[in-house]
Structure formats: C-alpha cells, structure tokens
Design a protein around this ligand. Structure first.
Ligand code: HEC
Length: 103
C-alpha cells in the first residue's frame, strides 16, 4: 500500500499541472500518513486530543494563520516537532489542505 502511495506521489510530482488542483487532496493524504500519529488532522477536530496538541481544524481556524507560519511549523528547527523532511511540494499540499479546513 505504501509503495502504491509513493508511486502516486511520484506521478503527481511528474505531472505538476495535472496535480495542481489536487493539492488539498494530496495534503490530506500526507496529513493522515505523517501527522495523524500526533495531531487530529480531520474534522471533527474541535475536541482536544489527549496529548494536548492543536488539531488541524483548530489551527486552520486561527485568524492570524498564514502559509509562512505553517511552513515554519512544518520545518521545525526550534520546537518539539519531529523533522519529517517533507519536500516543498508535500509542504505546499499540506498547507493547501490545512487552509481547506477553514470554515
Ligand atoms: C511526533 C509527533 C508529531 C508529529 C508526527 C507531527 N507533529 Fe506537529 N506538533 C507536534 C508538537 C509536539 C507540536 C508543538 C510544538 C511546540 O510547541 O514546540 C506540534 C506543533 C505543530 C504546529 C504548530 C501548532 C501551533 O500551535 O502553532 C503545526 C502547524 C504542526 N504541528 C503541523 C504538523 C504537520 C503538518 C505534521 C505532519 C507533516 C505534524 N505536525 C506532525 C508533534 C508532532
């Protein structure tokens, strides 16, 4: 399964024009795979998770959220987030997904 997903991601990288509209969809998959062990990544995300970390819907709802802030959080040099070494493309997809959670 993992290979299939990697293969699909590889294809998406080769076909950026085709994949552009799929950003948020890809981002959701990445979030499920790489972020959901620590964060609640989908709605309903209003209830606080046991580990106290912010849920993605809660992050998305912040009035002062910007793509730059998200990128900084995803590229953690100074905080407790693990370094997941995501590609620029994967980061863009994640950012698109998190913004798509805004109501
Ligand atoms: C191993 C657990 C873990 C994983 C996996 C993880 N995070 Fe986090 N995340 C944290 C922790 C811990 C914090 C709090 C960081 C801090 O306060 O130093 C955090 C904070 C954040 C924040 C900032 C929230 C705020 O309050 O400003 C964002 C955005 C975020 N994570 C996004 C992601 C994304 C996107 C992924 C998947 C690519 C991810 N995280 C995967 C543990 C994790």
């Amino acid at each position: 399964m993992r290979n299939v997903v990697c293969c699909l991601l590889g294809l998406a990288a080769l076909l950026p024009a085709c994949a552009a509209a799929q950003d948020a969809v890809e981002g959701r998959e990445i979030a499920r795979r790489w972020c959901s062990s620590c964060h609640v990544v989908e709605r309903p995300g209003s209830q606080a998770p046991a580990n106290g970390l912010p849920t993605f819907p809660a992050i998305a709802a912040r009035a002062d959220l910007t793509a730059d802030r998200l990128r900084a959080a995803i590229n953690p040099q100074h905080n407790r987030m693990p370094d997941l070494s995501l590609s620029k493309r994967q980061q863009d997809d994640l950012i698109a997904y998190i913004f798509s959670l805004r109501s």
